[in-house]
Design a protein around this ligand. Structure first.
Ligand code: MN
Length: 245
């Protein structure tokens, strides 16, 4: 069995809410780990993650502890970073045993070909502003300057503020199936270029949906504000969206 979840946004919404969400996420990890051959976290696990060379942000110890405990036991856990945790470095790998990918991944599981992505940054070719912003956010030089010139308390406050703003602008409005259109278009193009693809899974939209049409199957995972919907791929290669109580 393979499990897929995304957009936990740990750190968003105040201390009490973060604690509540984190406890829920840790319970989900335990549930998944009971029979998982692999757990895939499709990005935005943290609302804002920033790593210094020798320092990491306060918080999230239950998550780190659980991830480390599970990977120590031999459970395979993967993270494909999202637009809120793309600044990860080696801490999650070294301390928690999580395999981190910074780009979408094609992978074969249970005999099926999957394309896994957070869902940000797709189709940016025709969006020059977004492309420029992304180049800036990912620029090693700007990252170094941000780390070295700004006191961490200020840098983290700025990052948390920016993350909240970005999250609200992207998910604050009314979300519906139509909001997913651009990613479904991307998925169609992707499957055309890679016809062996069986399933595509995205996070990012904070709106769970199981799309199936004309031989294309795209699963969208929910965020963790309310009802949590995650995906499971069973050993026969059947993919389904499930609700976590
Ligand atoms: Mn998100």
């Amino acid at each position: 069995m393979y499990y897929f979840a995304s957009d936990v946004h740990l750190g968003a919404g105040g201390e009490q809410w973060t604690r509540h969400t984190e406890q829920r996420f840790v319970r989900w990890l335990d549930m998944a780990a009971s029979d998982a051959d692999g757990i895939f976290l499709l990005g935005d696990i943290f609302d804002f993650w920033w790593e210094y060379r020798k320092v990491v942000p306060k918080g999230f110890v239950r998550t780190f502890g659980k991830l480390a405990e599970l990977t120590d036991r031999g459970v395979k856990i993967y993270l494909i970073t999202g637009n809120h945790d793309m600044w990860a470095k080696d801490y999650l790998k070294q301390e928690c045993g999580v395999e981190v990918f910074f780009t979408p991944q094609q992978i074969k599981l249970s005999g099926k070909n999957l394309f896994l992505a957070h869902g940000d940054n797709m189709n940016v070719g025709n969006k020059p502003m977004l492309k420029l912003m992304n180049t800036g956010f990912r620029s090693p030089m700007l990252r170094t300057l941000f780390s070295w010139l700004i006191h961490p308390d200020i840098a983290m406050s700025f990052g948390q503020w920016w993350s909240g703003k970005s999250r609200k602008s992207h998910s604050g409005g009314y979300l519906c199936v139509e909001s997913l259109g651009f990613l479904i278009e991307y998925a169609k193009g992707y499957q055309k270029r890679n016809p062996q693809t069986d399933y595509i899974i995205f996070g990012h939209m904070h709106f769970a949906h199981d799309y199936e049409k004309d031989g294309l199957r795209v699963c969208f995972l929910s965020n963790w504000d309310d009802k949590v919907e995650y995906a499971v791929l069973d050993n026969e290669g059947k993919l389904s969206l499930k609700t976590f109580e």
